[in-house]
Design a protein. Structure first.
Length: 602
């Protein structure tokens, strides 16, 4: 058993809570711009004083709506300014926020509303409102819709409540009070509600801002929040930015996010690995479309970035490598940094594994991506890399005040003030989740002598072949997903004679590939599943992934899926994680074909 801990930089006092910063900012720096709201004419500033007045007004409306101290309020919306405003207002009236993803199915929405016992629901659209049954027992008595001016309605309804009632409720909140029920995305079974206290949230916020990666969180700096705020990572980082006085903007349409980077010019970006994969793939496709010199130049620049970054861990770059990087910077890197807004110091990645190659690529071009690790149960990040303490391929050391240990069976276990109190109304699951005060993550990992954590797989995902070989599919899948054609990769082989893989194609690169290889525009992945050119391309993906494992662990055969994996089809969680049991059930016949030879080929 191996363990590593870091001392706390500051403690959370018993009288503190997550909403006090709203009124502290308004009192000390009323003119500080804490948010920018997107309007047709551009970004509109919201000062600390403005925001405190809005929070107070909405909180009074929630009091009139019947929200008492400790009552749960469901918040179902995409990422937008109103999400953050409503979150703080729920706390300001003494309530408990229950985030729900805007992409959740009706069954998921109903389950969370019923399990949490939410008394009021705030949803984004009329469509969402139709999924809320206000007539059934233990369901919300009121539903407010953001797109139908929920904020204005609440402010109007609460106009006769004195501000002092809100302030009384704010100061009555303690660090140990329940702040939020955040439901896990649920790769298996129904989502469980994680009980997060105000202490958990504040401990996370302060650990982030005191870490080296938190150096970017300063008044006057800008951050663009585009990941779902229902996800604990985006929410915790957004809270840390607010507490530090950073100007934040919100955007939920990922298809136009690059334009918003250029428009808002953020100093830092929070993303999941797929965000950074898409940025790199987009640049590669653009270069390939221009052909000739552009394509060769991008390939040179990518190799140079990776080599330059690796050299920083191996004694520094040579004079020739510095010259090559200067050329690549002038022709390629500046444009890529411009696509991120031009002012981005660094990015943060969580929610999944970032490939080492991609990590070196971004560091080499001048925008390092600092990878971290955590779960809903640890109130987001528990470990994180940062400037001056980055080891690419790891997820960094523990944040201040927290500890990590590796159990005898290789499982990662966590302890510290960010670790949740348990699962809502589920004592059995809570007891099973802890070992003498340490939270069992279900992930497998390794700790080096400096306390840097490397995640090597997931206990429940371990594949045991018929020959008894234990294989963690995560690293192989991450490597395969790094190819622009591959949207998702699922390694299989449990109880089978060898390891196989299912490959889902990314529709946009697949369309480009068909055009470049003279394939019919209308051809589907199913139509080309046995096409020699496509299989040769994908075999190179398999071969590359196999270089990272032993022969016994390598993928021997693969099959092309007829469609991409989606949340709508039940293949993915709302955070994009593959539901392995669902995928293997959906494609059982195709998997059988891999092992009988009826469908897939080596």
């Amino acid at each position: 058993m191996r363990e590593y801990s870091r001392p706390a930089s500051s403690a959370v006092a018993d009288h503190e809570n997550a909403v006090l910063s709203v009124f502290a900012h308004a009192q000390s720096t009323p003119g500080l711009v804490v948010f920018s709201r997107p309007e047709a004419s551009g970004w509109v500033d919201v000062t600390a004083e403005d925001f405190a007045a809005l929070v107070t007004g909405v909180a009074k409306g929630l009091i009139v709506a019947g929200v008492g101290e400790g009552d749960r309020v469901a918040l179902l919306s995409s990422t937008r300014f109103e999400w953050t405003l409503l979150d703080y207002a729920i706390w300001a009236c003494g309530g408990v926020s229950v985030p729900i993803y805007d992409s959740s199915s009706p069954d998921q929405i109903r389950w969370i509303l019923e399990d949490s016992g939410a008394t009021v629901a705030i949803v984004e659209t009329p469509e969402h409102a139709r999924h809320v049954d206000t007539g059934a027992p233990d369901t919300p008595s009121r539903v407010f819709t953001v797109d139908e001016d929920a904020v204005g309605t609440l402010i109007t309804e609460g106009r006769d409540i004195e501000d002092s009632e809100v302030f009384r409720r704010v100061v009555a909140l303690t660090a140990n009070d329940l702040a939020s029920l955040v439901y896990t995305s649920g790769t298996t079974g129904r989502p469980k509600g994680c009980v997060l206290s105000h202490r958990n949230l504040l401990a996370e916020v302060r650990a982030l801002t005191s870490a080296p990666v938190g150096a970017v969180a300063r008044p006057g700096h800008r951050a663009l929040t585009f990941l779902p705020l229902a996800h604990v990572l985006a929410r915790a980082v957004s809270m840390a930015m607010f507490e530090a006085g950073v100007t934040q903007a919100h955007w939920s349409d990922f298809s136009s996010i690059t334009h918003e980077f250029e428009r808002f010019r953020p100093h830092t970006i929070l993303g999941v690995p797929r965000v950074f994969e898409k940025i790199r793939e987009g640049a590669a496709r653009s270069a390939a479309a221009r052909g000739g010199f552009a394509r060769r130049m991008f390939a040179f620049a990518e190799r140079t970035a990776v080599r330059y970054s690796r050299s920083e861990d191996e004694g520094g770059p040579s004079a020739l490598l510095r010259l090559q990087r200067a050329v690549a910077d002038r022709l390629v890197y500046r444009k890529l940094r411009g696509a991120l807004g031009g002012d981005c110091w660094w990015a943060i990645s969580g929610g999944g594994a970032l490939s080492e190659e991609l990590g070196h690529f971004f560091r080499g071009l001048g925008v390092p991506v600092y990878e971290g690790y955590g779960l809903t149960e640890s109130t987001a990040a528990h470990t994180v890399n940062g400037p001056g303490e980055q080891k690419i391929g790891t997820v960094g050391p523990p944040l201040a005040g927290n500890a990590v240990r590796i159990a005898d069976d290789g499982e990662i276990e966590l302890r510290g003030p960010v670790v949740f109190e348990g699962y809502w109304r589920n004592r059995k699951a809570t007891e099973a989740a802890f070992d003498d005060g340490w939270f069992r993550t279900g992930d497998l990992g390794e700790l080096d002598d400096d306390g840097y954590l490397t995640v090597t797989g997931r206990k429940k995902d371990l594949i045991v072949t018929a020959g008894g070989k234990n294989i963690s599919p995560g690293p192989l899948e991450d490597r395969m997903r790094g190819h622009e054609l591959v949207s998702h990769a699922v390694v299989i082989g449990d109880g089978r004679p060898f390891v196989g893989a299912l490959l889902a194609l990314d529709p946009v690169p697949f369309g480009k590939w068909k055009q470049a290889h003279d394939k019919p525009e209308s051809a589907t992945p199913d139509d080309l599943a046995d096409d020699p050119d496509l299989r040769a391309e994908l075999q190179s993906v398999i071969d590359d992934a196999n270089t990272t494992v032993s022969h016994a662990e390598s993928v021997k055969k693969f099959a092309v899926l007829g469609r991409d994996l989606t949340e709508e089809d039940g293949d993915l969680t709302v955070t994009g994680k593959v539901k392995r049991n669902v995928v293997t059930a959906h494609f059982a016949a195709l998997i059988d074909g891999i092992y009988t030879g009826d469908k897939a080929q080596a």
